[in-house]
Ligand binder design. Structure first.
Ligand code: UDP
Length: 334
């Protein structure tokens, strides 16, 4: 079958309801996917969640289980999927992947397998079911970028054998696989490149900068800035990210979209901001900068904004306060 297009200039058409639709979410116990799952449950969809709990949290599944239309299967998507032969599936969201740099050292092979074998199994299912498929890729496909800010047509600067390569290269492979299923079989695919995201349902011990700093600030412990803290990131609150995902899913363009929030902060300013926002007594200490840590990162969102009304709504201060409140309510040691 030849490539289906699909009109990149056509505006996003958001459905008024998802009643009668089934959304399969791989990685549903994870931070971003569990927020996406709740969003679609609230729109009336049936949501089928899959997870092996390698980094996902059972708390998130418990929270989703209060919805009648939520169904959950514990499984490794890269080994085998549940039997869906009698199940109608309209959308498949491939969101299952550990994403914290501390995971890259601990579980590199699981990361590579879920983004290759796992993505392929989900693409096969999409082909079989005639479902729309969305692959969650990452700003990491740009590596340590030589151009700033990053647009979707930048092909990246990735070290293929560095400590982050198990994730970066696996996601690049997942994008290539998604485009290949689209071109060869006409599967209706979408790709998102997620920039740094934070918010409720993240694991406090996840290792990424925002949960680390919030956790440390709440306990009045030193905030651990890696290197001199001049490296930058652009942080998106999770509800804004979910909204961006929804817009891309209902776009008409199979090529990748950056999603996130373009407000850029140095890591040291992020530390100071969190200490202030939470009224903490913490100080800042410096630890060595990990190898291949990207120096700057900020998404250009023009592509999505040209076809949708997407605009981040949550300020950094509100987002930090909401996340801190969540950690205080759900415990800080998991
Ligand atoms: N970082 C830091 N202290 C921490 C955790 C992370 O200074 O306790 C830095 C890290 O070196 C990087 C940035 O914060 O420059 C974002 O790191 P994160 O692990 O959140 O994700 P990344 O964007 O690197 O994938």
């Amino acid at each position: 079958m030849s490539e289906i297009i699909i009109d990149p200039k056509r505006r996003v058409e958001l459905p008024a309801t998802m009643e009668g639709k089934t959304v399969l979410i791989a990685g549903a116990a994870g931070f971003v996917p569990s927020n996406v799952a709740e969003f679609y449950l609230k729109l009336g969809a049936k949501v089928i969640g899959l997870d092996n709990f390698i980094t996902g949290s059972r708390i998130n599944v418990t929270l989703l289980s209060k919805y009648e239309k939520f169904e959950f299967h514990e499984c490794n998507v890269y080994e085998s999927l549940p039997d869906f032969s009698n199940t109608k599936i309209d959308y498949i969201l491939s969101l299952a992947s550990p994403a914290s740099p501390i995971d890259f050292a601990k579980i590199p092979l699981e990361i590579m397998r879920v983004n290759s074998e796992g993505t392929m199994k989900l693409l096969e299912l999409a082909k079989e079911k005639g479902a729309r498929f969305l692959e969650a890729s990452t700003s990491e496909v740009y590596g340590d970028p030589e151009i700033h800010p990053q647009k979707e047509d930048y092909v990246g600067h990735v070290n293929p054998i560095g400590p982050r390569s198990c994730y970066d290269e696996a996601k690049r492979f997942a994008e290539a696989m998604t485009m290949s299923y689209h071109r060869k079989y006409g599967v209706d695919t979408r790709i998102i490149r997620i920039f740094n995201t934070y918010g409720p349902r993240m694991r406090p011990n996840d290792g990424r900068v925002i949960p680390n700093f919030i956790n440390q600030a709440l306990k009045n412990e030193d905030l651990t800035v890696y290197g001199d803290g001049t490296q930058t990131r652009s942080f998106c609150f999770v509800s804004d990210l979910v909204n961006a995902i929804h817009n891309v899913l209902f776009s008409f363009d199979p090529t990748p979209f950056n999603i996130g929030n373009p407000d850029e902060y140095t890591v040291i300013d992020t530390a100071r901001f969190i200490i202030d926002a939470l009224g903490s007594k913490s100080k800042i200490v410096h630890l060595p900068l990990p190898k291949d840590d990207p120096k700057r990162r900020r998404p250009v969102l023009d592509k999505l904004q040209a076809i949708s009304d997407y605009k981040p709504q949550v300020s950094f201060k509100d987002g930090i306060e909401k996340t801190a409140k969540y950690f205080q309510e759900h415990g800080m040691d998991y």
